[in-house]
Design a protein around this ligand. Structure first.
Ligand code: SF4
Length: 442
């Protein structure tokens, strides 16, 4: 591959971001929480799945009814503790992430009542779901509970890749029927996840997947490249089987070609870029799981972003419940998020554009930003569209590469912390926080 100075620069910036993610144990509540928040969002993470997918980057566990009951009791305590600490703040959005939340469809009404009993819930309630779960009964339950947006983990419509590489045995016809059932209900917004750069997946296959999703009529499509993290069963299997994904001139060039084919196909099907990894026919109606700048992670293994810090909850369900029973929030670790002007511009570029006024304010704070913007324009990475500076396709490809590297490094760091926490949880409970975490509960 010819030397690419822009790619080298992007990699240097990514290294800078990645070296800034460093998790520490939570020792005081004020390390991670402000005394009061007026508005926030909740990321309620359901830790159970029907089975484990081979590519999954985070620890999880197979659904167990008894554990699910304990988990809901813990959730109740956790939300009560947050409410007693933060006051009955306004919750703008609840995102129920997984795991596979659709497994708990019968409990969804109780779960959302716990939220509205403790917070002033005003916004959308979005939930992740597996296409395998979406029967009429499940859809009735989650609609009745108040879920109005769904994000469905399809990953690919190809049965062979699903079963041979992703550990999911689903027929294409059943996935399509499930999506059609969902579209027949009046959810405000339906998103599906699709993966690319999968083994044996050609560029045409992902374009066909987008076409099919568009025909079914989903409002949003999120696309993620496969992230081969060394500790996942899929990576180990591929190494063992000698499967190579990349062909031609190299990983970056191959993935760039696939990603730009996706961007083009989305345009042809009237999906606008919402973030580098998600496209939508109605971008203003949806926020992705972690796009709110301030969201609290609820549940074992949940993560949040509060006060410019990523927080991680204890990953063990048992330990999580034990901590709550003793009156402690189950916060295990946190990492600061750097918040200097260049980082803010980079974050804006995840959404593909920045408003001129915002950029002007940031340039006032850090004059050196001007030279980066001039360079980006001269290199054909930025163009003006109305009052915005917008990433060109050339820049989007670098953005995909940067986002993937940052996501992989963050997932690896989170996994390391979760592993450490899991080891500790096998011994007697050791809580490093000061006793101030023992909040008064009614
Ligand atoms: S990818 Fe999703 S459904 Fe699969 S194991 Fe991970 S959390 Fe569960």
């Amino acid at each position: 591959m010819p030397f690419d100075p822009t790619l080298r620069f992007v990699d240097k910036m990514v290294d800078r971001v990645n070296s800034s993610v460093s998790f520490k144990r939570v020792t005081k509540l004020e390390d991670v929480l402000p005394e009061k928040v007026d508005r926030t969002s909740l990321n309620i993470r359901i830790p159970f799945c029907a089975s484990r997918c081979t590519y999954c980057a985070l620890p999880g566990q197979v659904y167990d009814e008894k554990m699910a009951g304990l988990f809901l009791a813990g959730l109740n305590e956790e939300l009560k503790l947050y409410a007693s600490y933060l006051g009955k703040s306004k919750v703008e959005r609840v995102y129920i992430s997984g795991g596979t939340p659709s497994l708990l469809h019968k409990e969804m009404e109780a779960l959302l009542s716990i939220v509205s009993d403790n917070f002033d819930l005003q916004g959308d309630v979005a939930m992740e779901a597996s296409p395998a779960d979406l029967s009429d009964e499940v859809l009735d339950d989650i609609k009745a509970a108040g879920v109005n947006q769904l994000s469905i983990g399809v990953q690919t419509f190809d049965e062979n890749i699903l079963s041979n590489y992703l550990g999911r045995k689903m027929r294409k016809a059943d996935i399509i029927s499930a999506l059609e059932r969902v579209m027949g209900r009046d959810f405000d917004y339906v998103n599906i996840d699709l993966m690319f750069s999968l083994p044996q997946q050609t560029k045409q296959m992902i374009i066909d997947d987008i076409e099919l999703a568009s025909t079914i009529g989903v409002e949003g499509i999120s696309t993620f490249p496969l992230m081969l993290l060394e500790y996942t069963p899929m990576t180990k299997k591929m190494e063992h089987d000698g499967v190579v994904i990349e062909e031609g001139s190299g990983p970056y060039e191959d993935e760039k070609e696939r990603y730009l084919a996706i961007v083009q196909s989305m345009r042809e099907h009237h999906y606008k870029l919402r973030t580098l990894w998600s496209f939508s026919t109605a971008p203003e109606r949806y926020e992705g799981p972690y796009e709110h700048s301030n969201f609290i992670g609820i549940g074992p293994k949940a993560w949040g972003v509060v006060n410019n810090r990523i927080t991680l909850n204890s990953p063990s369900v048992v330990y999580y419940i034990q901590m709550l029973e003793e009156g402690f929030l189950p916060l295990y670790a946190y990492s600061e998020l750097r918040d200097y002007p260049l980082a803010r511009v980079a974050r804006r570029f995840y959404y593909g554009k920045i408003h001129e006024d915002e950029l002007a304010t940031l340039v006032k704070e850090d004059g050196s930003l001007r030279k980066y913007i001039v360079l980006m324009k001269a290199s054909g990475l930025l163009k003006k569209e109305g009052e915005f500076l917008v990433l060109t396709d050339k820049a989007l490809a670098y953005g995909n590469h940067a986002t993937k590297r940052i996501a992989m490094a963050t997932l690896t760091s989170m996994n390391e912390m979760f592993q450490q926490a899991t080891k500790e949880s096998k011994g007697p409970m050791v809580v490093s926080q000061e006793p101030m975490l023992g909040l008064e509960t009614e």
